[in-house]
Design a protein around this ligand. Structure first.
Ligand SMILES: CC(C)(COP(=O)(O)OP(=O)(O)OC[C@H]1O[C@@H](n2cnc3c(N)ncnc32)[C@H](O)[C@@H]1OP(=O)(O)O)[C@@H](O)C(=O)NCCC(=O)NCCS
Length: 155
């Protein structure tokens, strides 16, 4: 895994960068209402970024804590041109390290499940699996058309 090239850090809120990043990834972010919710969430949630040498945000993760010992990767996206260069892994590992230091033991993410044929999300699931997230359950939390796969990583 090409980890180490990019440095992820805890950052201030970057809703404009979330909006710009989403716009480069229409295959994953095709529902306008959901996109507006992500941008709104970016105004308040814990924010991790990877910035390039010029300071431009190229990847963002938003994290929730519903309970003391569990974290939720609410949102993650890497700008299209920068995908598959280790930015996503840098974000997840930085959050995981931060969580471990705080006594957080479980890290969950929800994504589109394999019973939906979408190829983009098949790649997304491979990414999470490569980062040690284990498929836990597929639910209809998002309705029957959008099977929701809950994945969990033990920290
Ligand atoms: C999913 C996403 C955040 C991953 O970030 P990334 O920077 O592209 O991923 P990385 O380069 O850090 O990949 C880390 C590892 O994941 C795996 N991986 C990543 N993309 C993969 C793909 N398309 N197919 C198979 N495995 C993949 C690989 O094992 C990779 O390590 P390697 O390149 O050394 O083999 C990013 O591609 C993205 O924004 N995708 C679109 C939006 C999205 O799916 N968001 C999450 C919605 S739930």
């Amino acid at each position: 895994m090409r980890n180490g090239k990019w440095k992820a850090r805890l950052d201030s809120q970057v809703p404009e960068d979330v909006s710009r990043t989403i716009d480069t990834l229409p295959e994953w972010f095709g529902i306008a209402e959901a996109n507006a919710e992500y941008v709104e969430a970016a105004r308040s949630k814990e924010t991790w970024t990877v910035r390039d040498g010029g300071g431009t945000v190229r990847g963002v993760a938003l994290v929730d804590y519903h309970f003391d010992r569990a974290a939720d990767l609410f949102f993650i996206a890497v700008e299209r041109e920068f995908r598959s260069s280790g930015i996503g892994a840098a974000l997840v590992e930085a959050v995981a390290e931060h969580c471990r230091e705080r006594g957080v033991r479980l890290f969950q993410v929800k994504t589109l499940g394999a019973s939906h044929p979408d190829e983009g999300y098949a790649a997304t699931r491979k990414f999470y699996e490569a980062l040690d997230f284990i498929p836990l359950e597929e639910t209809d939390l998002w309705g029957e058309q959008s099977p929701c796969l809950i994945m969990v990583r033990v920290l």
